[in-house]
Write a protein that binds this ligand. Structure first.
Ligand code: FAD
Length: 338
């Protein structure tokens, strides 16, 4: 994918106006292919049907970049509600959270207090909580929060992004902590992250192999079949127990491969996002792979009786307006600087 296309969708994912509007639209542009619903009940049903196939899940109550304490408290309460549902319905499921949803941008100690409440409930139910890694501006803070939480809880871990030059160093520091290894989804500068996809992939494979040779549990999160095949061979050649790792993929992506890996006997976990704050998440998925747009567009634009849906038209209009504004701003900036 060209960097321009990737930057375009990442830019949209950070657009506060569109994120706020999208909550009002409900699911449009086929977002329901990748987001399991807006209510706890709908997501519980999605988890149950995956559990029946031997697939475990991790739930993400969508939302990020919260700047209001009331919103962060509501998110924390909702997450505790989800933990109660996981426990009462005996789901094979853990939780993924974003610290900016729980007040990291407001006040770090307030965010830690929210996390403590979540982790107290999770520990009582023996549920693991993973802290998603967000963009690099939140990186240091996320590791600091994790360090504080690890003093009291062992049911919490985080994510290592192989696009970061410092991934190896941080992985070494977290050698006793359960982590999820990913390539990295945000737009980062060349000062902190490999600009080249091949380097990111090679780093991912190198880090995954190192973790697999250790004893601490690792979630290998990728849709990349080349990498998955290489790691399966590595596991077999080194007689690595399948108990020390799982493969993870996002809900709605490569469903056949998800089922097949579970059938082959690998631990498999599907990351299921849900809630009405879907826009940023969805745009990052389009940034990774514009083909995802083809996948959803066919039944996204038209109703069953062949009428154009209202939501996508408004969404499309808003996206076009945002793009035009971004281009206009860039042109004007160029004029000023040239
Ligand atoms: C479970 C999970 C959790 C994540 N959590 C985080 C997080 O906390 N922080 C973060 O920064 N990022 C996170 N990510 C996103 C991640 O960083 C990558 O941006 C994303 O996974 C894309 O990289 P990839 O390795 O899956 O595939 P890519 O590098 O995008 O693709 C590699 C190759 O795989 C194949 N492929 C990929 N996707 C598909 C598809 N849908 N259909 C067919 N072929 C495909 C294609 O051949 C493609 O060329 C997470 C990803 C997953 C799966």
């Amino acid at each position: 994918m060209t960097n321009v296309t990737r930057d375009f969708f990442i830019g949209l994912s950070n657009n506060h106006f569109l994120n706020a509007q999208a909550k009002k639209w409900g699911f449009v542009l086929g977002a329901d292919k990748f987001v399991a619903g807006t209510t706890v009940q709908s997501v519980v049903e999605a988890v149950k049907s995956l559990n029946e196939k031997g697939i475990s899940c991790t739930l993400d109550n969508l939302g990020e970049f919260v700047s209001d304490k009331q919103e962060a408290t509501e998110a924390k309460n909702q997450i505790i509600h989800i933990l109660e549902a996981i426990h009462s319905q005996q789901l094979d499921c853990h939780l993924s959270v974003k610290l900016t949803q729980l007040g990291l941008d407001i006040d770090q100690s307030y965010c830690i207090e929210n996390m403590k409440e979540i982790l107290d409930t999770a520990a009582a139910y023996n549920i693991f909580v993973n802290i998603d890694m967000e963009d690099y501006t939140h990186y240091e803070q996320t590791l600091e929060v994790l360090e504080v939480l690890r003093e009291r809880y062992d049911n919490v871990g985080t994510v290592i992004q192989s696009y970061l030059y410092r991934a190896q160093e941080d992985m070494d520091k977290l050698k006793d902590v359960r982590i999820r290894l990913v390539k990295g989804a945000y737009k980062e500068g060349e000062d902190v992250a490999y600009p080249n996809k091949q380097d990111i992939d090679l780093n991912f494979i190198r880090l995954a192999k190192q973790r697999l040779l250790g004893n601490t549990f690792t979630s290998i999160a990728t849709h990349d079949h080349h990498i998955i095949e290489e790691l399966k061979t590595f596991v077999a050649e080194n007689a690595i127990s399948t108990d020390v790792f799982e493969f993870q993929m996002l809900y709605g992506f490569r469903n056949d491969m998800q089922d097949k890996l579970a059938e082959e006997g690998y631990n498999f976990c599907t990351y299921i996002p849900f809630g009405d704050d879907w826009f940023g998440y969805f745009m990052r998925r389009l940034a990774e792979r514009p083909q995802n747009l083809n996948l959803v567009m066919k039944d996204a634009l038209y109703t069953e009786d062949n009428k154009l849906k209202k939501g996508p038209v408004i969404a499309g209009g808003a996206i076009a307006a945002a793009s035009a504004l971004a281009i206009w701003r860039r042109k004007n900036k160029d004029k000023v600087s040239s």
